[in-house]
Structure formats: structure tokens, C-alpha cells
Design a protein around this ligand. Structure first.
Ligand SMILES: *Cc1c(COP(=O)(O)O)cnc(C)c1O
Length: 359
């Protein structure tokens, strides 16, 4: 393919052209370093500036309080499924999850290996088409884990569940920087980078520094300890330097566009336009309870399997890719993160209209 298309993938997802262009311009020779970011030492002054700059900009755009640590971790969001219980609880302890989809289920599966992981709520009975309103947290639970935005099912927590004094942990992989997240409402937030923050493999963790004081079980591998990451400025070993650099460019782009609040405003407009069209159409249906709809991942189905195939084929002709739903749910899904401009969503709606008319 010679031309860039509109990529509605759930992740890795479309990035803003300005960010890619800046990376291209600095690719061979990063600002006075005489080499590419990929070739530079992670102990160099240039990389210090990059990682410090990334953290500083992220702190600004999310208004992260001083008593929270920001960590750049490896292994994607999935590694956090195991790091959270291993660092926040002792073996055999009880902790809780709200089951709102596949990622929440996978998170609990890792919890099962460490302690008494329980579901404090679930919408599995309705194929995850809504968010449970309350959490039934067992006494003594060490944390409650939620998946803030459910990438596969297109749902999002409209408000946080009541959790008393139980620490709240959230996987915000698919909505971080796409909507406002009030950091102080959480004890720990994590997110894989490939939806709204850059290349896959990197994960960002934002956690109360107080949690770092906890004595972690000696069996926990050194690389999987938050304190080790925090004490070594996320550089206990060689960090994913290029990914951190790309994340920095993404943070600066968000900042330059008016911050997370401005992102959220545009994202809400994009999502409203798409949902309004779906709701008014004769052939497209969104199965999610309205108040729980995600503004980042918009799922929709067509009447038959043949329609779905035909629509996906038309999209391809129109320069729209990765519109197919997750393999576990079928149908279609449009992921409309920060990197997807309004024109992309308009083009999608035009294509949906075209298919409806010619059907
Ligand atoms: C994509 C995603 C993950 C998995 O991220 P990896 O980087 O592939 O480990 C986890 N949780 C949510 C909510 C996601 O959207």
C-alpha cells in the first residue's frame, strides 16, 4: 500500500501523523546525539533527557500528584496482571476483580496463581454488554481491580464502584489520555502503550508511592518489583528506549493539542457522531447499555455474517482497515483513539451509509 489508510485497529493503533513525522525527522540523528535513539546508551545524557521529559510531560497532562510514582515497564499491560497481585498482596491473600471482559478475566487468572482472587461483580451473563453497578468486595481484600475501558466489548465505567478503604487498581490501557482520569481516585493505574501512547510492549504504571514501602514476597522476581523500577528510574535493566521516546512524543503531542481535556472533547464528538448514526440506522446495532458505552471502542453488528464480510470488504476499498471485531465476539469494531482524526470517523460513517444503501 502506497498511501496511509484509516486504521481502526484496537491496538497497535493509528498514531498522529505529526508524531510519526517528528520521529522520522529525528530518526537517523537525534538532536545533537549523533545517533538514533535506538543506538544510544540508556545511561547517556540524551536518554536521561528523554525519559525525564516523558515523565514530566505525562505528569503535567494527567496532573499526577507528587505522591505518585510514574514507571515505564516492559511486557505490555499483561505483565501487570501478575505484577499487581505480587506487589500488593501476600501469597494466599484475598483480592477482587470486576469481570467486565476478557482482559479482566485474564487479570484474575494471574491473580489466581498468587492468592484468593475473587470476582466482585461480573457482566459475563450478558456477554459483557454492561458494567456492573456495585462491587461485592470480600472483607480483608487487598485491592479491587477494574478494567476501566473494555477494548473488546466497547464498554467503560461511567463512574467508579464504591470500594471503601480497599485500594483501587485500574487497567486503563485503552482510554488513558483519551479521557480524563482523576489519578488521585486510584491507588494504581496501568496501561499498555499501543492504544493511545505509542508502540506496543511498553506499559506505564502510575502508583501511590506509599505502596512501594510494602515488603514484597522474596519469591517475586527482581524485574517484577515496582520498588526496583522506582529506585532505578525505570532503568534497572535496559529499558525499551525507543518506545519510551515515542511515548514522549505522544505526550508532547497531546499537550500541544490542549491536553487530555481537549482530547476527551474531540473523542466524545467522534463517538457521539458514530453512535448517533448507528442508533438511527436500520442495519447497524450496538449491543452496549447506553450509559456504559466506550468513547474509544465502538462495537457494532450487521444483520448477517455475509453483510459483515461485505461491509469489511467495502471498507478495504475505501481505505479503512481493521474494522473487524475481536475474534472472540465477531461483528465490527471501530477503535477511535486520539490518533484517529474526525475525518476518519466521517469517512467510516459515509462508508457505512454507502453499504446500507447498496445492500
Ligand atoms: C490491549 C489491552 C491489554 C493487553 O495489552 P498488552 O500490551 O498486549 O499486554 C490489557 N488490557 C486492556 C484493557 C487492553 O486494551
Amino acid at each position: 500500500m502506497e498511501e496511509r489508510v484509516y486504521n481502526f485497529s484496537a491496538g497497535p493503533s493509528q498514531m498522529p501523523l505529526e508524531v510519526l513525522e517528528k520521529a522520522r525527522d529525528e530518526f537517523l540523528c537525534y538532536l545533537g546525539a549523533g545517533c538514533s535513539v535506538m543506538e544510544m546508551s540508556h545511561r547517556s545524557a540524551s536518554f536521561d533527557e528523554i525519559i525525564d521529559g516523558a515523565e514530566e510531560t505525562l505528569r503535567k497532562i494527567m496532573r499526577i500528584p507528587e505522591d505518585y510514582a510514574v514507571l515505564f515497564m516492559q511486557g505490555g499491560a499483561t505483565t501487570q496482571f501478575s505484577m499487581v497481585p505480587m506487589n500488593l498482596a501476600a501469597q494466599g491473600d484475598t483480592f477482587a476483580y470486576i469481570q467486565t471482559g476478557q482482559f479482566a478475566t485474564k487479570a484474575k487468572e494471574e491473580g489466581d496463581r498468587w492468592g484468593n482472587a475473587v470476582f466482585a461483580g461480573s457482566s459475563k451473563d450478558a456477554n459483557y454488554s454492561y458494567i456492573p453497578e456495585t462491587a461485592d468486595i470480600p472483607p480483608g481484600a487487598k485491592f479491587l481491580h477494574i478494567t476501566g475501558n473494555n477494548t473488546i466489548y466497547g464498554t467503560s465505567f461511567p463512574e467508579l464502584p464504591a470500594h471503601g478503604d480497599v485500594p483501587l487498581v485500574a487497567d486503563w490501557s485503552s482510554a488513558i489520555l483519551g479521557r480524563w482520569i482523576e489519578v488521585k481516585d486510584y491507588d494504581l493505574i496501568y496501561a499498555g502503550a499501543q492504544k493511545n501512547m505509542g508502540p506496543a510492549g511498553l506499559a506505564v504504571v502510575i502508583m501511590k508511592k506509599k505502596l512501594l514501602e510494602r515488603d514484597v514476597d522474596p519469591v517475586v522476581p527482581i524485574m517484577l518489583r515496582y520498588k526496583v523500577a522506582a529506585d532505578n528510574r525505570s532503568m534497572y535493566n535496559t529499558p525499551p528506549t525507543f518506545s519510551i521516546y515515542m511515548a514522549k512524543l505522544m505526550f508532547e503531542w497531546v499537550q500541544g493539542k490542549g491536553g487530555v481535556e481537549a482530547m476527551e472533547k474531540t473523542n466524545r464528538e467522534k463517538a457521539a457522531m458514530l453512535y448517533d448514526f448507528i442508533d438511527s440506522s436500520e442495519i447497524y446495532t450496538n449491543p452496549v447499555r447506553k450509559k456504559d458505552r466506550s468513547i474509544m471502542n465502538v462495537t457494532f453488528t450487521l444483520p448477517t455474517e455475509e453483510d459483515t464480510k461485505g461491509f469489511i470488504a467495502l471498507c478495504k476499498e475505501r481505505g479503512i482497515i481493521n474494522i473487524k471485531g475481536h475474534r472472540s465476539v465477531g461483528g465490527c469494531r471501530a477503535s477511535i483513539y486520539n490518533g484517529m482524526p474526525m475525518e476518519g470517523v466521517k469517512k467510516l460513517i459515509d462508508t457505512m451509509k454507502e453499504f446500507e444503501l447498496r445492500r
